[in-house]
Design a protein around this ligand. Structure first.
Ligand code: CA
Length: 204
């Protein structure tokens, strides 16, 4: 009897490990505004690891720089209810040590200052002058919070091409943008280990 109970217990542990691995598998999702996001839910990355992992896939660490994009992005994250809920996004303050709620943050994809703001109350508080990277979580309805960049306990979000947002109305950039988009498309199409989903319930 004890032997069968021990076997059942081992099976449950094995099943739990498998389910955790499956749940952590990164996937593509499409928000209602058409933006596509590659979401890594495993909660064990620091900000620089997240930045590098996006770059290794030929992607950009996600930048949220306007209300329209943010609205669809937040709606998408809220729809992923079965997933772990903490993610790094590609915003940083260039290691500014000032404890200043109005200090500037920048996009890791473009280097540009992000004028749009979606901070949680009292943020970015730069606790201990050591919070230089931006994190979002379901607890705060995916509003922003500055965190220590070396905190290795969050997932992250990449996007296919941030520049399609910031240059879409600039004719001088369209030829470059077109070439960049084709290259990124090839990179994405070469990724044979990911799926693209609208939400977790509706594969696309
Ligand atoms: Ca903070």
């Amino acid at each position: 009897m004890k032997t069968s109970q021990a076997i059942s217990c081992k099976c449950l542990v094995f099943l739990a490990v498998i389910l955790k691995l499956v749940a952590a598998h990164p996937e593509w999702y499409r928000a209602r505004d058409g933006h596509r996001y590659f979401i890594e839910s495993a909660q064990n990355f620091n900000w620089l690891q997240a930045f590098d992992n996006c770059a290794r896939k030929g992607l950009h660490f996600v930048t949220i720089d306007n209300a329209r994009k943010n609205s669809a992005f937040v709606e998408l994250l809220l729809s992923l209810r079965e997933r772990p809920s903490d993610f790094w996004i590609g915003h940083h303050d260039e290691f500014n040590t000032a404890v200043d709620l109005n200090r500037s943050f920048f996009s890791s994809a473009s280097g540009q200052r992000i004028s749009y703001r979606y901070w949680s109350d009292g943020e970015p508080n730069n606790l201990n002058s050591n919070e230089h990277c931006v994190h979002v979580s379901r607890r705060s309805q995916y509003k922003w919070d500055d965190k220590s960049c070396d905190r290795n306990s969050y997932g992250y979000v990449c996007e296919k091409n941030h520049f399609s947002t910031i240059y879409q109305n600039d004719p001088a950039q369209q030829n470059w943008q077109s070439a960049d988009s084709e290259e990124n498309t090839q990179n994405v199409e070469n990724m044979d280990d990911v799926n693209i989903r609208q939400t977790t319930d509706s594969p696309i």
